[in-house]
Design a binder for this molecule. Structure first.
Ligand SMILES: [Zn+2]
Ligand SMILES: [Zn+2]
Length: 321
């Protein structure tokens, strides 16, 4: 009989070692692809929480979102304003009334669970746990986190730090908010730009049902996954399926990339204006394995406009079945 862990991760890391190296990676699509194919498209964006947190829902509605992402607090400061019971109730009410689903909370930038600096690590784990509480308070479905930076201590140490931290945090957390590890663009010392690394964390934390994946298209492309072409997208999904399992992919961050394939730099661009391009996004939003997922934009607001341009554009790429 298979152990729970073997079921959780179908396939073994010893058998294959990455896309392109083994034909068998491109095996038949999982059965649930058919379900996703029938799903209506859900598009949303990362919106500001300026004012009261529930005003974020109004902003999302004004952009025509049917899903949304927020920071639950200022992302560049350790200080967090308390969310009152009234405000969280109002957030839930407005969100439900508007049919916004899912709601995603993104971790603040200062948190680094990979840090080997004792003070920063301690502060990061405290803030992570507190932010997860806040996500539960407003009824969020997912909590997205970057893996972090080992700051020169090495990938192995960094992975060990975050795995230890997440294991403790999730063991003590009573909520059912699913924590999603977001792939990164692979800038110097950062961890989480390969599916292998994300799997290593999920496996080390070893708490089934509490961790999943958020795939950022710009980050993936910048880290070397060529999702701008159908062939490259399928190789990427086959790798994701092999290392993580497609059923654990819950959210797509739909961002074009200012920089080239494998540039290892994190620069978001408007949909269709970057290196992934309109045809790349047409392939992505219509792929049977991705059609049913929420697409959340984190694209810039500049002279070319903002979400009011990018959201309808992304929607227009969807083909009817
Ligand atoms: Zn992202
Ligand atoms: Zn980014």
């Amino acid at each position: 009989m298979k152990s729970q862990k073997e079921e959780y991760f179908a396939g073994s890391s010893e058998e294959k070692d990455g896309a392109g190296s083994d034909e068998a990676l491109l095996e038949p699509l999982p059965e649930f692809a058919e379900l996703r194919e029938e799903s209506p498209m859900r598009v949303g964006a990362h919106v500001s929480i300026a004012g009261h947190i529930y005003e974020a829902v109004d902003r999302a509605i004004s952009y025509g979102c049917d899903c949304m992402q927020i920071f639950s607090r200022s992302p560049r400061s350790w200080r967090a304003k308390e969310i009152s019971q009234e405000d969280s109730a109002e957030f839930r009410k407005r969100r439900e009334h508007a049919g916004i689903d899912p709601v995603v909370v993104h971790i603040p930038y200062l948190v680094n669970l990979c840090s080997v600096d004792h003070m920063l690590y301690k502060k990061s784990t405290q803030e992570f746990a507190a932010d997860l509480d806040r996500a539960a308070l407003i009824g969020a479905d997912y909590f997205v986190t970057h893996v972090g930076s080992h700051k020169g201590a090495g990938e192995e140490k960094g992975l060990a730090q975050i795995s230890k931290a997440l294991r403790i945090i999730l063991t003590e957390d009573p909520s059912d908010v699913l924590v999603l590890l977001e792939n990164t663009s692979g800038t110097a010392n950062s961890i989480g730009h390969t599916f292998q690394q994300l799997r290593a964390i999920i496996e080390a934390v070893d708490i089934p049902g509490r961790l999943g994946i958020c795939f950022d298209t710009a980050h993936g492309f910048e880290a070397g996954y060529d999702i701008a072409t159908l062939e490259g997208l399928e190789m990427t999904l086959a790798e994701l399926s092999h290392w993580i399992g497609m059923e654990h992919l819950k959210v797509i961050h739909a961002n074009d990339s200012k920089t080239a394939l494998n540039s290892r730099s994190d620069r978001h661009e408007h949909i269709g204006k970057g290196q992934i391009g309109l045809e790349g996004f047409r392939t992505i939003v219509n792929h049977p394995l991705l059609r049913g997922l929420p697409f959340i934009l984190e694209t810039p607001h500049d002279k070319l406009g903002g979400y009011e341009v990018d959201i309808p554009l992304l929607r227009s790429l969807r083909r009817a079945r």
